[in-house]
Design a protein around this ligand. Structure first.
Ligand code: MEV
Length: 455
């Protein structure tokens, strides 16, 4: 790699200019690199502009596979769920779990609550009882003075639902919060919440400055910051499945019966509740599903993940987000997950494929999409744990793993077919596949005797 030099005014360069700068400064084959980057541009410049404008300093598009999981029954409605993921086997696993539960009553989902949270963090020193006395007047003021921001949301049934004063001075000198809760209807609501919070901090500062019974010191408030919290434990959905144990059928080509499966499955979930190493991998499997649908529908998967992981550690120890129980002969498996998502605003209507995703899901409300996403997380988790307690995870992964290695080694269609058949009952590794292809690519065995004969 060439030694990079600092650059100024980079953002002002045109897209082609940025590519040229990158290619010339970081690559020994600038023309090839520039051509490759441009080859991923959208054919239609108008559409490309939509993508360019999502972010900054954009030079090309980074493609990820967009796949489908059919047969997902949520509260007796059948969905075809779109997923964006680069990980092989994720879509296949979700599809297989969806099909498994389709014939066993399908998935259920229930919205527990939909509250979002925002905070104004401020520094204040004074007599807290005085502040408490005027707090309901302050709340009234905040409602009135933010009306221009909240009126449309209120018309749709949302808005500010509560404002609390939180005294944090036992943890940090002079530290208080306005903790505000919001309903944001079908939008994720990040911009709405942040605008309302910033306006509320101005109202707080002005309100305090005008209090006649406050000392000069008490009239001063230092706003530290105002921002939504991605931790939304009260924006919660429960996804679940259940069936009589005997209806689970058999596993691993009939080698494992339903009772053994249910026992091992329940134990595996318990382990993910008590062991942090397992819990992390277990929840990663859940987010394999959740993130992929969040991405496909233009939702913020980082917000969703950070919230989910915080929730998983809510009692001070990081634990599984899903639960399983066998009770009176019934196998029950469920997932409680906070999901702050939207079906309007943000990328949901701007990204052409996010828009299509929502169309194929029948233009869901935010509550419906919360249900679909949670169910996909549960399906993904079911498929992973089912594999783990029966055949092991590698069996299912092997075909995809093999295909990836074959692609990497540029195997032809004929070579790939031969490899698939050869490795059906053998351990797949990069070395084994390379050796297999090397053998296959050697001059045919028929020629060898001729050569030997000549000698
Ligand atoms: C791999 O991406 C996810 C799994 O490891 C999840 C799990 O172990 O439960 C298969």
């Amino acid at each position: 790699m060439k030694k990079p030099k600092p650059v100024s005014g980079f953002s002002k360069l045109s897209k082609r200019g940025k590519i040229r700068w990158l290619a010339e400064n970081f690559f020994s084959n600038p023309e090839d690199v520039a051509r490759e980057l441009k080859s991923f541009w959208y054919g239609d410049p108008q559409k490309q502009k939509i993508f360019d404008d999502f972010s900054e300093n954009t030079i090309s598009n980074y493609y990820l596979p967009y796949g489908l999981v059919p047969n997902v029954s949520v509260n007796d409605t059948l969905y075809c769920v779109p997923m964006v993921t680069e990980e092989s086997s994720v879509v296949a696993a979700a599809s297989s779990a969806a099909k498994f539960w389709l014939s066993r009553g399908g998935f259920k989902a229930e919205i527990v609550s939909t509250k979002k949270v925002g905070q104004v963090h401020f520094d204040w020193s004074g007599d807290i009882s005085k502040l408490r006395q005027v707090f309901s007047a302050l709340k009234e003021h905040i409602h009135q003075e933010t009306d221009h921001i909240t009126c449309n949301m209120r018309k749709r049934g949302g808005g500010i639902s509560d404002i609390e004063l939180i005294d944090m001075t036992d943890l940090e000198d002079n530290y208080y919060q306005l903790k505000m809760t919001f309903e944001t209807c079908d939008s994720m609501g990040a911009n709405f919440i942040n605008s309302t919070l910033e306006e509320s901090s101005r109202v707080l500062r002005n309100f305090m400055a005008e209090q006649p019974h406050f000392t000069d010191e008490e009239r001063k408030v230092t706003i530290i910051m105002a921002i939504l919290s991605n931790y939304t434990p009260e924006c919660m959905v429960r996804a679940s499945v259940e069936c009589p144990v005997e209806d689970l059928g058999t596993f691993d080509s009939g080698k494992m019966d339903a009772k053994t499966f249910a026992y091992k499955f329940e134990k595996a979930i318990k382990i993910a509740h008590i062991d942090v190493h397992r819990a992390t991998t277990h929840n990663k499997g859940i987010f394999n599903g959740i993130d992929a649908v969040a991405m496909a529908t233009g939702n913020d998967f980082r917000a969703i993940e950070s919230c989910g992981h915080t929730y998983a550690a809510r009692d001070g120890k990081y634990r599984s987000l899903s639960y399983a129980k066998v009770e009176d002969g019934i196998f029950k498996f469920w997932l409680d997950i906070p999901l702050a998502i939207g079906t309007v605003g943000g990328l949901t209507n701007l990204h052409p494929l996010a828009k299509r995703s929502l169309e194929m899901l029948n233009k869901p409300t935010a509550d419906e999409l919360m249900s679909i996403i949670a169910v996909t997380g549960l399906a993904q988790n079911f498929a992973a744990v089912r594999s783990l307690v029966t055949t092991g995870i590698q069996k299912g992964h092997m075909k995809m793993h093999l295909m990836n290695i074959l692609n990497h080694l540029e195997a032809s269609e004929k070579e790939a077919l031969e490899a698939l058949s050869y490795f059906k009952d053998k351990l797949v590794s990069f070395t084994a596949v390379r050796e297999f292809l090397n053998l296959l690519r050697k001059p045919s065995v028929k020629n060898i005797p001729k050569v030997i004969y000549k000698k």
